[in-house]
Design a protein around this ligand. Sequence first.
Ligand code: ZN
Length: 201
Amino acid sequence: MNDREILGIFHEHGALLEGHFILSSGLHSDRYIQCALVLQHPQVAERLGRELAAKLGNTGASVVVAPALGGILVAHEVARALNARALFTERQEGRMTFRRGFSLARNEPTLVVEDVLTTGESTRETMAAVEEAGGKVVGAGSLVDRSGGAVNLGLARTALVTLTVQNYDPSQCPLCRDGIPARKPGSREIRGQGSGSTVRG
Ligand SMILES: [Zn+2]
């Protein structure tokens, strides 16, 4: 599948949102990609996982790791395609770590994936958790790269579709300046402009 076909799938499931959003990185944006709307369909998720696995190439990975929550299904489907294990990291006291008894063999070849790559920070933190657990990161990927390909993780990285989306520091955000309420997708929080308070919508 090419970029256009992948984007077609996202459009078809209403996963490309426009408005004023607070990304998980804390940055603001006028566009948001809600992968969960695509991944809610297991057959579509499986197909995207297969595509991403193929694009990641022959790395010999026996495990695929993603940061929770958004990446879990991506890791699961890439792992299905590779006949590998699927694990996820979670934040514990602000630190990305393996929980639930997950472990890696010494130098186990590991892929790190996520749904949407914006700054690459959660992938980076997951890579660090893999190394700390004794694994060896052999590649990284995401369904969507919204950095326009700018993020450098220091190793081969791929995405099914690459977009260039403008992100804003909250203090510089033109949408905040215009008083447009910001939405944190996946939650019901609405942040009023300037007040810094959080109101339940
Ligand atoms: Zn804003």
